[in-house]
Write a protein that binds this ligand. Sequence first.
Ligand SMILES: [Zn+2]
Length: 431
Amino acid sequence: MKYILIIGDGMADNPVPELGELTPLEYLSEKGEKPAIDLLASRGILGRVKNCPDGLPAGSDTAIMSIFGCDPNECYTGRAPLEAAATGIKLNAGDIAYRCNMVTISDNDAGEILPEPTDFAFERRRMLSHSAGSIDGGLSERLVSDLFSDPEFKKLAQEAGMAVNPAQSFRHIAVQSGVKDGAKNIVLNPPHNFPGSPVGEILPSGNANAKTLAELQRAAYLFLDRHPINLELRRAGKYPANCVWFWAEGTAVELPSFTKQYGKTGGVVSAVPLCHGIANLIGLEPIFVDGATGELDTNYEGKVDAAISALRDHPFAAIHVEAPDECTHNGDLPGKLEAIRRLDGLVVRDLLEKLGTTGWDFRILILSDHKTLTSTRGHDGTPVPYAIYDSRFTEKSTKKYTETSADGGELIPEGTRLMSLLFDDEFVSAK
Ligand SMILES: [Zn+2]
């Protein structure tokens, strides 16, 4: 038996007025535009699961930890340490890891980007994009490297004990050393949850170290806003990556071994450091695919092939697709719908076809890790639908993979139980 986990990041949602009060998943089911995902639900077990424990941030960090059987209440120290693990960054005791996003802030308090930079007050500008308009990975890496080598900024960063590990996307990791209680009581706002907010209202706060971080962000803005790459991006009508944003703070983390918990080895195919980091920490193989971007244009076929190839050596493989979440954060509803269509046609259908030629019996667990809401462009930690399909199932029902259809199924109150259900023959055969 082979086991496959498919995570469509943030695809679950609440009813959307533009879709006639249907959720994106429901809308696509009505139109018959996600037949493969709905097939998994109609032949399988459909229910709801709560992956984000109350009292912790609702996001892919807590949700995906739960899905992989790690209780966030016990193991969660923040998102950045999980991502740091993806690149092999070793955190020492007392170090604080942060996500360091490349972001776009506006040129004025009307939330506009103008053809030329302005001298408008930093605090009254607005957060426009948590990803600097999904900036190209190479440009992002050059900008952050230039920033941390700029003599003035470098001096400030060194005083703060801050170093950066550039990534090939908007998601850099920064590590701060030698600041006692630097993370204690600090409030760092995830930029994707505050589109349109005035910068001054969402800057780091809560302790003395927050002031240091806010000063670094202001200094980063002063350097980046007039950087030649950003002037070029403006000219091309694109968002400049004109500020950095620290968030997702956390200290060193340890997670329970997947293989010890479930007796299975395997790999995790993803484009985002969070999933690769969790994989590293639980002892699964992080699998990288050329052209996997975490955006709508990702290499879907390459991801499926990588998962099949992992399944030749292991009983378990996971495929994570980030695009539905990113599109929702970008306020791009057509993009979200298209991301789910592609997950359906280019991942699930392709996977079913390719698995069909192997002769293996297989089981698939598909779910959204958390809801990402079109209404707020932010995350929501309420239960999401899950479906478990077994290739030996033949019985059909009218169930679809939607929020309402799943309402009729059992609610699993903790996502940490999911994986053992996937591996549980009795649970699956008793459906
Ligand atoms: Zn998200």
